[in-house]
Design a protein around this ligand. Structure first.
Ligand SMILES: [Zn+2]
Length: 296
């Protein structure tokens, strides 16, 4: 074969390959490069006082700039002390949250006001509204919790809630959001709800944000398996409202704090972010959290 013809054939093969790649379903998932920009983990917990050191080492390995540390409802007595100690030891990396273990008691709003004044927390939570596994069922639209939202709204501090959404819980959440439009609420783990429900809630309530923490391959519902593509319905909802989503790992147990597991979770997170449009990925991974938690 003459050299020039061979070269033309080779070019044709490359062109055909590119064409096939473009029209073959699943190609985008395989070929999308992982997100390489900045990340704020917007939702994490400590299972022990010194666990933060293990986490910070993983942050350095994976270029995660900051982590938001939250309490785990009323499940751990020492959350506030552990978060404060972590923020003192790693001030440039830790964004401290103010735990609120009993959000619907009459004292809750006063506790939040006092806690915010004292601790310099930049977010309140994680507040358990409806938590099926822990058998917690609270009404966010009753007096005590809307007074909490009044305090946080006035101070411009967002509240992270765990709310396993069913029809009743969704209605109660919507009442609370409508009652305190100045308060910002972050729905953790997307409320365990389908993307269509989240799409509707975001359209109806400008004071709602959604964190995608804990929607990784170790849990259900997940955005994706460990190696598979992002659920296209989730991708569409996120890209439709790119300023309304945050990313996080929701690490909480000693098993998730093992370095090899942290590596897998952080690698997965970068891969999933890489499947979003680049400007959307940067907002979800970093800019939305930086704005919300004053972390620039
Ligand atoms: Zn959590």
């Amino acid at each position: 074969m003459p050299a020039i013809h061979a070269r033309r054939c080779a070019l044709d093969v490359i062109a055909l390959g590119l064409l096939l790649a473009l029209v073959t379903p699943g190609w985008a998932a395989k070929a999308a490069a992982e997100y390489r920009g900045r990340i704020i983990d917007a939702h994490a917990h400590l299972p022990a006082r010194h666990a933060i050191d293990t986490y910070v080492e993983a942050m350095k390995r994976h270029n995660v700039a900051k982590v938001v540390l939250l309490g785990v409802g009323s499940a751990q007595r020492h959350d506030a002390a552990w978060i404060a100690a972590a923020a003192r030891k790693h001030p440039s990396r830790v964004i401290p949250g103010l735990p609120l273990p009993h959000p619907t008691t009459q004292q809750a709003a006063d506790q939040v006001a006092a806690g915010l004044a004292k601790r310099g927390a930049r977010v309140v939570g994680e507040v358990h509204i409806r938590h099926v596994r822990r058998r917690i069922e609270r009404d966010p639209s009753d007096g005590p919790f809307t007074r909490v939202l009044e305090v946080t709204g006035r101070r411009g501090v967002p509240v992270v809630i765990h709310d396993d959404l069913n029809a009743r819980a969704t209605g109660a959440l919507e009442s609370a959001l409508a009652a305190r439009p100045d308060a910002t609420v972050i729905l953790a783990h997307a409320g365990g709800a389908p993307p269509a429900v989240i799409d509707r809630l975001l359209g109806a309530h400008p004071n709602l944000l959604v964190d995608l923490s804990g929607m990784h391959f170790q849990r259900r519902p997940a955005l994706a398996t460990e190696t598979g593509p992002i659920d296209p319905a989730w991708k569409a909802v996120i890209e439709k409202a790119p300023d309304r989503f945050l990313m996080g790992l929701d690490v909480s147990t000693p098993r998730l704090f093992e370095p090899a597991m942290l590596d897998r979770l952080m690698k997965w997170t970068r891969r999933i972010l890489g499947e979003l449009k680049p400007d959307v990925a940067e907002r979800v991974a970093y800019r939305n959290a930086a704005r919300l938690f004053h972390a620039e």
